[in-house]
Design a protein around this ligand. Sequence first.
Ligand code: ZN
Length: 269
Amino acid sequence: MNKSQMSLNSITVKSANFQELVELAAKHEIGGIAPWRDLLDGISLSKARVKLDNEGLRVSSLCRGGMFTAPDEASRQAAIEDNKSAIEQAAALGAETLVLVCGPVINGDVGGSQRMIFDGISAITDTARDAGVRLSIEPLHPMMASSRSAITLISQSLQMVRELNCASVGICVDAYHVWWDPDLSQWLREAGQAIQAFHVSDWVTPIMGELSSRGLMGDGCINLKGMREDIYSAGYSGLTEVEILSDYWWSMPPAELVPVLVERFEEHV
Ligand code: ZN
């Protein structure tokens, strides 16, 4: 896939600040960026948007909202307020969607935690719609159910999209989290235009750290070309984000890493 269809997720070049992220994407003629919110602290979002427009860069997503689950009501309410702030940031930056990492299973109760997530998203859909921001539920690999997300399957995220019944809500498909599903192609077809974001990396073992062990495209076992075909055939028209959380690749300076990412993207996605 051509690099004009690639978006550089900021976590992939963790040591770069917002300005550096934009410059890296522009220099290598990548289609866009996907910043994590910590990068936005202290910067003017209106000026950032002008800069992005001048460089012709899209913001494929803002990462992240979510984390709706908590044992107590006050914490759940605080999460809702934080998500409303994230929606404002996404709107100001012109991000094509706000990705939701929905929150871990609380007290071993998967169903109850999923209901907290449903209630949390329900509480922000009006804000998102009014701001023109799409929300994307990202199912995470089941190994992260206790730490990051009680939503672990595309089927669960689609079910939630249906129940929320709001045009602003869809899903984010991250190859790392869902590649192993034997019914993946079927679910991607079923998802259709509900797919609002697509993340790529590769699955390599042994897992050295739950949040720092991803491989570069081509180093692992994921059929990325097959997934890409399924997703774009289903009607997706956004960019494809390269999102690599890896202690190994973080040790390489971004200026050296990005050309490697581009090469791998064009060859393996
Ligand atoms: Zn992701």
